[in-house]
Design a protein around this ligand. Structure first.
Ligand SMILES: Cc1cc2nc3c(=O)[nH]c(=O)nc-3n(C[C@H](O)[C@H](O)[C@H](O)COP(=O)(O)OP(=O)(O)OC[C@H]3O[C@@H](n4cnc5c(N)ncnc54)[C@H](O)[C@@H]3O)c2cc1C
Length: 344
């Protein structure tokens, strides 16, 4: 409601058309002068723009065909037809398609950001952090990646260590490439503290090993070695980790917060099944610093501007979490300023 109220209060002529899909840009004498759209009930809409059109239709992470066609970064087998997405279904790259139809160039579409923390069943964001958990290969019961690393590193690690289709089927999970097992202390309750069928379970080491089909002793050793490192009893890890926060097993601390290793034990653990899903499309329309959309000869397409995830080239190959919100606010404002300047 904040953008809505801001727009409507800014100018009484402003209108927000809900459930209305833009389908085509109108071009007259080489200038973009409006948009054609269709309402949910089939109503045809023609919006005339006297000063210019800003495309702000977001990315295309929910359009798996487009992700597959443009992908240059990931092994094609990782982006399976049934891969999940964290995005809403409307994020299908319509703005890019409409602008390309009037000659726009694109930039950086080969990169799609995968969200390693996606639920296996639908790809939605499962939330959480890497510092206070370990990621385990279901077959070996061992860690395979620095859980505090960047999203592309975590996703690649998951794809390379993903659960077999046979194990996923046995567990009743939808099979997608890259299913990994996250294990943590049960005190982490971001998704609640009860089992969630097909997503999260609270179990002992032995019960987890039995479920995922790995050797229980190896899994216990993985957790003990990790926790010994966190407690400062050892100074190396087989798979190094930059940032840790808390142990996986249970251990008491003294009044100064120092671990008391003699109290250490592994009781019930929290386990989540996750897999990378498409999250953010770093590529999109080629724009200049004023957010004019450029054509394939690098020239401004008069009357056409773009802001936000529909544009490319801003985040390079691996967007850092948090930067998209900064980008959408800044780029929207820059585009509006450019329209004003261009029409003076
Ligand atoms: C689950 C999730 C969590 C995230 N968390 C963060 C975070 O913490 N920090 C951060 O920086 N970034 C985050 N991101 C990324 C960030 O939210 C997006 O990059 C950002 O919202 C993109 O903004 P936008 O305005 O460009 O597009 P969007 O916010 O995606 O809006 C585009 C709008 O255009 C509409 N649209 C599309 N096609 C058409 C059409 N043809 N006609 C009419 N309307 C159309 C869509 O329905 C949508 O409402 C997250 C993304 C997701 C999915």
């Amino acid at each position: 409601m904040v953008p809505y109220n801001t727009m409507v209060k800014a100018n009484e002529h402003n209108q927000l058309m809900l459930r209305t899909t833009a389908t085509e840009l109108i071009v007259e004498d080489g200038k973009v002068t409006g948009v054609k759209a269709e309402g949910y009930d089939g109503t045809q809409v023609v919006a005339h723009a006297t000063k210019g059109v800003i495309l702000a239709t977001g990315g295309y992470a929910a359009n798996i065909d487009m992700v597959q066609e443009t992908n240059k970064y990931w092994d094609a087998s990782y982006i399976a037809d049934n891969i999940g997405t964290t995005n809403r279904s409307s994020l299908t790259g319509d703005g890019i398609t409409m602008a390309e139809a009037v000659g726009a160039a694109t930039e950086g579409e080969g990169w799609t950001q995968m969200m390693p923390l996606g639920w296996v069943d639908n790809g939605n964001l499962s939330r959480g952090a890497g510092e206070n958990v370990i990621f385990v290969n279901a077959a070996t019961g061992k860690r395979y990646v620095d859980e505090s690393a960047e999203r592309d590193v975590l996703s690649l690690g998951a794809f390379e260590n993903g659960m077999s289709e046979e194990t996923a089927t046995k567990l009743g999970l939808k099979y997608v490439p890259g299913i990994f097992v996250e294990i943590s202390n049960p005190s982490i309750t971001i998704n609640g503290s009860e089992d969630l069928e097909g997503r999260m379970y609270f179990r002992t080491v032995e019960e987890i090993a039995e479920m995922i089909g790995c050797d229980a002793e190896t899994l216990r050793q993985t957790i003990e070695e990790y926790d010994a490192y966190v407690m400062g009893q050892t100074d190396t890890l087989d798979v190094p980790k930059l940032a840790t926060q808390g142990t996986i097993g249970d251990v008491e601390v003294d009044e100064n917060g120092n671990y008391l290793p003699e109290t250490y034990n592994i009781g019930t653990l929290r386990m989540r099944f996750q897999a990378p899903s498409t999250h953010h499309t770093m590529g999109g329309l080629l724009v200049d610093v004023d957010r004019h959309v450029l054509n394939t000869d690098g020239e401004i397409i008069e009357g056409l501007y773009a802001a936000g995830e529909v544009t490319g080239g801003n985040h390079a190959g691996n967007r850092l979490g948090g930067n998209a919100i900064t980008e959408i606010i800044v780029s929207g404002r820059v585009a509006a300023q450019a329209i004003t300047a261009d029409n003076q």
